[in-house]
Design a protein around this ligand. Structure first.
Ligand code: B16
Ligand code: MG
Length: 225
């Protein structure tokens, strides 16, 4: 039983849009009369837009009705999209393109599994839309990570069983989702924060074809047990 597919999270794995989410949420918090720190922003990684808003309103001790919340989420998204429109392929995280190319040489299929409803416009801006055979994003899911739905739909879209898939994630909730989906979970970033992952790498930089082959074979061994 081998690995046949890799499923990538978007924000924090393919591109660093977290800084744009942060600036837009902070502007929104400031407009409501309180501040929102970069440390607070860590809680929003991989979390859906409306859940992020709830966390921010909690920080500011604000209680709003549903219509007000919808309006604030729309405002934040307008600000976020202004940043997305300025993005270029230079913002693809280091090592991502060679990594995807190495996977293709190994006949590994590639999908996206992101909570973002802005995944397609973001991928278009960085010219990576065609790199993903299947794209499952926040417009196609009804349940947020740590629910495995996003990754299970990606595997289904490719026609590959979950136990033949590797997930790449930068958020603890995303790692949890991958494990619940019975997939091999690779954390991108800090090993302490992503301790549940099967393995953690700091980034895709310095990874070559040999490392990719080793990763595929370790994932195969783990998922066979
Ligand atoms: P949107 P990912 C997630 O993307 C972000 O990490 C998270 O901070 C954001 O709130 C979420 O997308 C929803 O984004 O407002 O664009 O729908 O990490 O799952 O690729
Ligand atoms: Mg992420």
């Amino acid at each position: 039983m081998n690995i046949h597919a890799c499923i990538f999270d978007l924000d924090g794995v393919i591109v660093d849009t977290a800084k744009y989410h942060y600036r837009s949420w902070r502007k929104l918090a400031n407009s409501l009369g309180f501040d929102f720190s970069e440390a607070d922003n860590e809680q929003l990684k991989g979390v859906s837009r409306m859940q992020s808003l709830e966390i921010i309103l909690g920080i500011g001790n604000k209680t709003l009705d549903e219509a007000e919340k919808q309006a604030l989420a729309a405002q934040k998204n307008d600000w976020f999209l202004e940043y997305i429109h300025t993005m270029t392929p230079d913002e693809i995280l280091p090592g991502v393109i060679p990594f995807l190319e190495n996977l293709k040489t190994q006949n590994i299929r590639i999908a996206l599994g992101s909570a973002s409803k802005n995944a397609v416009p973001t991928l278009k801006k960085v010219k990576l839309l065609d790199a993903f055979e299947v794209i499952i994003d926040g417009t196609k899911t009804t349940r947020s990570k740590p629910d495995p739905q996003v990754f299970l739909l990606a595997a289904k879209g490719l026609g590959i069983a979950p136990q033949h898939c590797i997930v790449f994630e930068d958020a603890a909730k995303g790692i949890e989702a991958a494990l619940s989906a019975n997939m091999y979970a690779v954390g991108l970033g800090n090993a302490d924060e992503l301790a549940q992952a099967h393995t953690v790498i700091p980034s895709f930089e310095h990874i070559n074809l040999e490392t990719v082959k080793r990763l595929l074979s370790s994932a195969t061994k783990i998922l066979n047990h």
